[in-house]
Design a protein around this ligand. Sequence first.
Ligand SMILES: N[C@@H](CCC(=O)N[C@@H](CS)C(=O)NCC(=O)O)C(=O)O
Length: 251
Amino acid sequence: MGKLKVYADRMSQPSRAVIIFCRISGIDFEEIKVDISKGQHLSPDFTEVNPLQKVPAIVHGSLKLSESHAILVYLASAFTGIADHWYPTELSRRSKINSVMDWHHSNLRNGAVNYAINTTLAPALGRQLNPKAASEAEKVLLSSLKTLEDIWLDGDGGFLCNGIQPSLADLSMVCELMQLEVLDERDRNRILSPYKKVLQWIENTRTATNPHFEEVHNILYKAKKKFEQQRARTAETGTSPSNKTGGYSKI
Ligand SMILES: N[C@@H](CCC(=O)N[C@@H](CS)C(=O)NCC(=O)O)C(=O)O
């Protein structure tokens, strides 16, 4: 079987989760950058890999696979020497991890991604900011954070489903929340600070997966600085950032 190929854009939350997992598990892989801001996910070459035109995607031997959770589960199952806590062999624990990963997509991801796009990222994707969509997304995000705090992080384990070490679900969902780094700092604090367990869990996951976590998130920290500078300029001059023309994202 050939070397694993991971098609990813590090600005994408699920892409970061897959790269960090490969790194921390010592999986030998080739990272192939698919720059969404340049429309590379729409190219014929990448469409061959993933007809859905989204990252991340992998190619391993004859297998072409998309959807980050399916990819993470595949990697944890196909490669040897992966620590059991990522995707526990014990069936009831494994099922809990599957359950929280299923919940993630229509709740936390839905709220976080749409809030980040409609308050901050839209112009960089060639779209207008949309306060109404942001307000709808905020409701989903806040209710998801409450569910995380009260249900998924119930117990003293420090990780989801009272785990004492991170699972695939922890990695996926913490990478999702990291996207909020691009928000105005006061807004990010307003949203996250009521959820003490969530904040602690982000730190637990960061610590458990470093140095890979910080290295893979570096691109996001750079973007955060750019957005901060942009906001400062807007406050000074009263002009908002111009929209890039011809955005490529279908999100
Ligand atoms: N459910 C998918 C989501 C994939 C996804 O939405 N990827 C985004 C980047 S975070 C993308 O490729 N967007 C390109 C587009 O929508 O045009 C997963 O978990 O892999």
